[in-house]
Structures are given as structure tokens and as C-alpha cells.
Design a protein around this ligand. Sequence first.
Ligand code: G4F
Length: 363
Amino acid sequence: MQKRAFVTGVTGQDGAYLTRLLVKLGYFVVGLVRCTSDYYPEGRLRLLELRDYMAQGQFVLELGNLLSPTSLHHILEKYKPQMLFNLAAFTHVQFAEQMPEEVQATNHYGAVNLLQAMLNVCPACYMYQALTSELFGKADLSQYPVQNEDTPFTPAGVYGKSKYDAYCAMRMFRADPHFRAKVVCGILFNHESEIRGVQFVTRKITRAVAMILAGLQECIELGNVDAVRDWGYAPDYVWAMHAMVERARKTGELRDYVIGTGEHRSVRELVQTAFRVAYPTAKMVWEGDDATGRCTENTVLRVDGAVRVRINPRFFRPKEVPYLCCDPTRAIQELDWNPRQTSFEEMIRRMVEHDIALVSASA
Ligand code: G4F
């Protein structure tokens, strides 16, 4: 019989890539979509390359909401999937600070609702819960220069806290002998792609570079360009999500994993890598930093003399997490995860070229 998977957050970056992977692996995928006035998001599905799967009967959308246990029960009863992937979440770290109740409701209570629906309707199922490297927000970097499964969770803001609460709930249901919930958690570091939302710094930059190249924009306004992240390619990361659940299913061992490349770069390096794709021989010079080389409100990047990056304090975060870098050893050893499948440079090149093509198509 064909395997069935239920994916929440299916119209987001990770949901789309995971659905494509699962269909290729022979699954029938049921995606959860929230009720809006545009329930059938045709344009979005085309963009995510999911429309054909629907036409071919490999993928369906079901209307529901993580905050409506009734809808979750109904969908699980109807399809009786073997695997659940909870990717739906409020994911923007800075915006999360402005609406803590919604973030907590979706990211924490939503995850619990789904797990409880699974335990009631199909307790033999395996569930994947998406967590985040923001759980390490306040890590002592002298002690934890790279973060792994043994690094203490010390979330810095509303978003990290909501995911921490979801993690505690998953652990509790997993350990409780009454439930023995088959749930595993993926602690993913930043992962990006051509379909990343434009409010995240990678896509904001790659899209702006394309606009600048086309003469449609002068300059990019950014916040803390000294922030350091471990950025990987989203299609590679959804492979790890599935591998985690498969391993749990085969071994019976419920293990959580950090997923990241083990390489770190600053936002400055990201900016330069993106400009280098569009302007291969340009001279790039940063000006206006303080005496220690950190950015200030006067910091600018000149590309062949023209100011192409400015700092706008609007994008500074009061609870900024300055540095994150993954130690993916466990995932390499136990999941056969290849952290360097797509290099950072290759990922940024694909994103910039994709945005250049989009800009020229809409011109
Ligand atoms: O791209 P970002 O907004 O991603 P952030 O906050 O690290 O969160 C992303 O990755 C997490 C995994 O660790 C996910 F859990 C989360 O859901 C999301 O996918 O910002 C990256 C860095 C930050 O340090 C930010 O302060 O870039 C810095 N930054 C500098 N200027 C900016 C900007 N970020 C944004 N979004 N916009 C700016 O103008």
C-alpha cells in the first residue's frame, strides 16, 4: 500500500521541498492549508512546483488549522498517515516579538494539538517536529563555540521560547509511559533557497542585488551585518527531516538531531558573495565601521564606488542572537547526512540568478 504523509506548513519553503521529496520517494502527501479567502492558493502552488503533483493525484490540500483540533482529527481520520511533519510555524524571529501570543499559540500549542490528535487517531504514527537553532540563542560561546545536541537550550526571544516550549511538550509525551509518543525533533540551523521568504536576510539581499543590477533599486538597508549564521540549502535539509523519521521507524530509537553545515559566515560575507555573482570583478569596500571593525549606523558598502548597502537601525534586534554555528557530527554519523552537499557559494549563486531571472521576467 502507498505510504501516506501529512505535512503542515506545506506552502512554506520547507513544506514545499519536503513534499517534492516525499512524492519522489513514493508517498501520497496530504498538506494542511489554513482557511483564507483564497483557500486554493493556485499561484503559490505553481511557484512551489506542487500543482502538477496535485493533478497527478500524489498530493492533496486539506483545509485546517493547528489551533483547531477538530480539523486535525478529521484529516488524520480521513487519511490515516504513517508520518506527520509539523513544519507550520510563525518563523520570523524579529516580527515574533510584536505578537507573542500568536507565536506561542501556533508554535507551542499548535504542535501539542497535532501530537495529541496523532495519539488519539493514529498512535502508531511517527511525527517530526521542527525546532530551531534559536534554541541556543544565549549560549555561552566560550564554552559552546559550536552547538550540538548536548548544548543547553537558552532561547533569547519569543520565537525561540515558543519552540523551546514545543520541545518540552514533545519530550514529555515521548517519555510518558502512557503515551510513548513516537516523535523526533530536528533542530535546524538557517536554511535558505530560491523560494525563501523575502523578509529573511538571504533572500532580501539576493532579490535586492537583482533589482540593483536591473537599475530598479539603489541600495539595500540592513541591520546587524556582523551577525554570524550557519546557512545551508533547504532542499538538503528536508532530506535530513525524512531521514530522522525513517531512522526512528527502523531502529525504534527516538533521537533528536541538529542539522547545519558546520560553517559560519557573517551577513557581510553573505552580501559580498551575492554582489560577486552579479558584479564578478567589482571592487567592494566597507566604510564607517567603529575602531574594532564592528558596524555602526554609518557603515556602508561601496560596490565600484556606489553605496549599495546602508545600515538602518530599524532592522537591529534588541534580542539579537549574534552567532550560531552547528556541530552536525551526530547527523553525519547516524543519518548519513552530508552537510556540504550544496556549498554556501553555490546556494547564493542559485538564489541571485533566480532573482535576476524573476526581475527580468517581470520587467
Ligand atoms: O534571515 P534572518 O531573519 O533569520 P533568523 O532570525 O536567523 O531566523 C531564521 O533561522 C532560524 C534558524 O536558526 C529559524 F528558526 C527562523 O525561523 C528563521 O528561519 O536573520 C539572520 C541574521 C540575524 O542575525 C539578523 O539580525 O541576519 C541579521 N540581519 C541583518 N540585517 C537581518 C537584517 N535579518 C533580516 N531579516 N533583515 C535584515 O535587514
